[in-house]
Design a protein around this ligand. Sequence first.
Ligand SMILES: [Zn+2]
Length: 245
Amino acid sequence: MQVERADTLTAGAPAPTTLETPEQIFSRVFRQLRPRTPLPMIHVEFRRYATANAQVKLERGALLVKLADSLEGIPASVMEALAEILLCKLFRRPVPAECNQRYRRHLNRRDVRRSLDLIRQIRGRKRVEGPQGVRFHLDELFEELNFRFFNGLMARPILGWSPNASRTLLGHYDPSHNAIVLSRILDRPDTPRVAVEYVLFHEMLHLCHPTEHNGARRCVHTRAFKDAEKQFERLAEAKLLLRAL
Ligand SMILES: [Zn+2]
C-alpha cells in the first residue's frame, strides 16, 4: 500500500521567494533542456515508495514527478541534479556526469544513509540472512550497479544471501517482500565478481520490468527486459562463468 504523504501543489505554506519549490526547480531545468517546448503543468508528489526513489512521466500535457518521501527536504542543488537526471532520461538525452555525481554524493552521505537504513528496517518485512557475505556485500554491489545502470534512481530493496547454497536457483526477486535473495553459493572467495554482479543486475531488472500477463501466458523475461539486460557489458562472459559453477 502506498500512502500519499504530501502534495506540494496544494499543501503547506507558500515558500519564501528566495527558496525554490521542487516545482520551480523542475520548471527551470525543463526550460533549460527544452527551451522551445511550452512548459507543462508540473506536479511533484512525495510518496512512500517501495520500488523507486524517483519517477517522472508526461501525461496529458502535465509533468508528473513522484519522489520517495525520503527525498523530501533535500538541498536544492541535489533536487536540481535529480530533476536533470529524470528529465534527461525522459527526453532520452545523456545525463551529465556532474549531475549523477552530485546526486550520488548526497545519497552516500552518512546521515542520509542512516535514515534510509532506518526506513528500510521499519518497513522491512522479510527476514533473510543479511547482505554482508563472506566475500561480497550485496548493499555495496547494489549501489554500484544502481549508479552504473539506473542513475541511482532505484530504491534499494531488502538484499540478502540465501541460507542454503542452491546451484539451481542463483537468485530471485520476491515482489511481495520487495527482496532480492542470492544463492550463498555465489559468495565464495573464488567466485568472479562479474558473475555475482550479473545475477544481481538480472534480479534488479525484475524490479523495473514487471511480469506481463497475456491471457494464460506469463512472460517474466519480456522483450524490454532482454534488451535492458544487454546493457551489461560482459553478459556472455558472466553467463559462461555461471554455467561453469
Ligand atoms: Zn529472471
